[in-house]
Design a protein around this ligand. Sequence first.
Ligand code: SF4
Length: 329
Amino acid sequence: ELRNVSKIYTRGLTHAHPTVALRDMSLTLKDDEPTILTVAGESGSGKTTLAMLLLGFIDPTMGEILYKGRNITSLTGAERLAYRREVQAVFQDPFAVFNPFYTVDHLLTVPIRQFKLARSKVQARSLMEEALTAVGLRPEDVLGRFPHQLSGGQRQRINVARALLLRPRLLIADEPVSMVDASLRANILETLRNLQRDYGVSIIYITHDLTTAYHIAKSIIVLYRGSVMEAGDVDAVIKSPQHPYTQLLVDSIPWPNLDQRWGEHPIIARESGSTGSSDACPFMSRCPKAMDICKARPPLYQITASQVAACYLYDKQPELVAERLSELL
Ligand code: SF4
């Protein structure tokens, strides 16, 4: 559970030039309702900061992150180890976790040893085979091999298998298919979806790519410069985006068949390094519909039962307090 979490980066000892990477994010995932939630946005949107916060690699500047009711920054040694086991990650670069001098067996043995998952080599081998099979690999094709002998798709599946060995409750998948050949992406996404269904693990899928989000997720949060722009049911948000930024993202998707485009949104993106005031709508400098009122940061407005957007174009709609965002997801 994230409660009003913000992360502000500053430079040097003087804490100069504060940059808000994530602003006032509230979110709850329930253990008994496993789901796939996409967090989408471009570079600098705060999505990787969110992943780092959830993994406990960095601490929030404001707000709290709770796991089973405990603040993760104050977990004791054993609790922290349990958290590290139950919250796993798969990162973008499928090569990065491999040591080129060791085989796949070694990579998979490390978590088995660290968390004492097996009492014998036979049991360890059986756990590895089960995890590899669950991600669609034949153990005999990959065990005993070195990383350079594997394809990018195989390496990324092995990363997922390594996380799966620990029977996580939450898997943070940060751009897991962006460095994999396009022909293999659908297979890996399908694997993640099967894991959510078969093992009851919740997945936070982080991406800049709305097409893969549409393929895999139940719900979506669209971030821009650290703030939630739009959120809700993935089908509703991608087929009928309401926020000008989401409309821009959807319009920039190169759909293979133009008839598949659901709407036309005449947005002209203007790149800008600044939003003007930090109190303004973060998208103001790029938004062709900007108004005077946008100089103040908009709240989230409830557009339908399953969709919210932070935009004054919907100021006739009821406001949604950030803490209730999870009820839509
Ligand atoms: Fe555009 Fe204003 Fe809506 Fe921001 S609040 S997206 S500037 S119309």
